[in-house]
Ligand binder design. Structure first.
Ligand code: AHR
Length: 317
């Protein structure tokens, strides 16, 4: 009998954590598909779930918080084992998070943060969103080397944590550079189409010759803006420097063409660390730290943008 239980214990010790996920169901409330980065995150999350044998229930909120709240309530009603939530905006989550807590279903935030007490969710897998903006601002400060620069800014979705924090971080990144001034700042909603429309209005209001740089809160808006700059007869990357965030394949193509200058990488693999945490929790109740921080790496024209592009494409981004 003793031998039997010893054997059982040692066999269990050899079972990989992922095997414990095989009978688990996880609901994922995704924001939508506003950007290349968002599409990549969806792809990676589905891949990660499949590799680990997790049954993923996917809900696309079409950019609406009310749809996300409905999706989370539906996951609770279905009795899922955990919920992944990429929150479109930062506020308004307390009630639904309390409902998940009452149902004892752990919630993990992906890529964006919320203004709610942190005991209402298990952990948040995000980058340091303020730091990303700061990295972008520091890059521009170095690039300008004291020369005057009038900057236009394309903000992300109003009320979202990346829009709030990337703005704040960029301002911190240029605070020692009185030569750099943000002259216009408006939301482009993280989309390529709005990035183009808003950049057109900036160009009309200021004149291309009076804009020295564009800071876009994501690459997709920068790609849209590049088109607007070209249509206005100016040269993106030269007449107007461009720095943005995400490091999606298309911005590396633009960098290869000299039409964009720098990007700060945000990994789309938020689900990998989230599922690791859940597997440990399911195995023995291990609780993760409240924040799992992903890296924010700067890429410039000095990097091998072809290799970066090829690598990201090979990963399915
Ligand atoms: O929350 C992450 C941001 O959301 C990405 O930087 C942007 O592309 C996306 O829409």
């Amino acid at each position: 009998m003793k031998l039997k239980s010893t054997l059982l214990a040692s066999t269990m010790a050899l079972v990989p954590l992922s095997a414990l996920a095989a009978d688990k169901t996880v609901g994922f409330s995704q924001i939508g598909s506003e950007s290349g980065w968002r599409a990549a995150e969806t792809t990676v999350t589905k891949q990660q779930a499949e590799e680990r044998g997790i049954d993923l229930k996917f809900a696309d909120a079409q950019q609406k918080q009310e749809n996300q709240i409905k999706a989370v309530r539906s996951f609770i009603a279905q009795g899922v084992d955990a919920i992944l939530l990429a929150p479109v905006v930062a506020t308004g989550w307390d009630s639904v998070l309390e409902e998940a807590q009452d149902a004892e279903i752990p919630v993990i935030l992906l890529d964006r943060t919320v203004d709610a007490p942190d005991d209402l969710y298990m952990t948040a897998v995000t980058s340091d969103l303020v730091h990303e903006g700061e990295v972008a601002g520091n890059w521009l400060q170095d690039e300008m080397a004291g020369a005057d620069c009038r900057v236009v800014e394309l903000q992300g979705t109003t009320g979202s944590s990346p829009a709030i924090d990337r703005k704040k971080g960029f301002e911190m990144g240029i605070e020692d550079a009185p030569n750099i001034e943000i002259v216009r700042s408006q939301t482009g909603d993280f989309t390529r189409a709005q990035g183009k429309v808003v950049m057109e209005s900036f160009l009309k209001a200021e004149g291309a010759e009076n804009i020295c740089a564009l800071y876009a809160h994501n690459d997709d808006m920068a790609v849209g803006a590049i088109q607007a700059i070209k249509e206005a007869g100016a040269t993106p990357g030269t007449d107007i420097k461009i720095v943005s965030i995400d490091s999606v394949p298309d911005i590396h193509l633009a960098m290869l063409a000299g039409e964009a200058n720098a990007t700060v990488e945000l990994t789309p693999n938020m689900a990998g660390p989230a599922f690791d945490v859940l597997e440990a929790y399911w195995a023995d109740g291990t609780m993760p730290p409240k924040w799992i921080q992903t890296e924010s790496k700067l890429y410039t024209l000095e990097d091998d943008n072809q290799a970066i592009y090829d690598n990201k494409k090979s990963l399915g981004y």
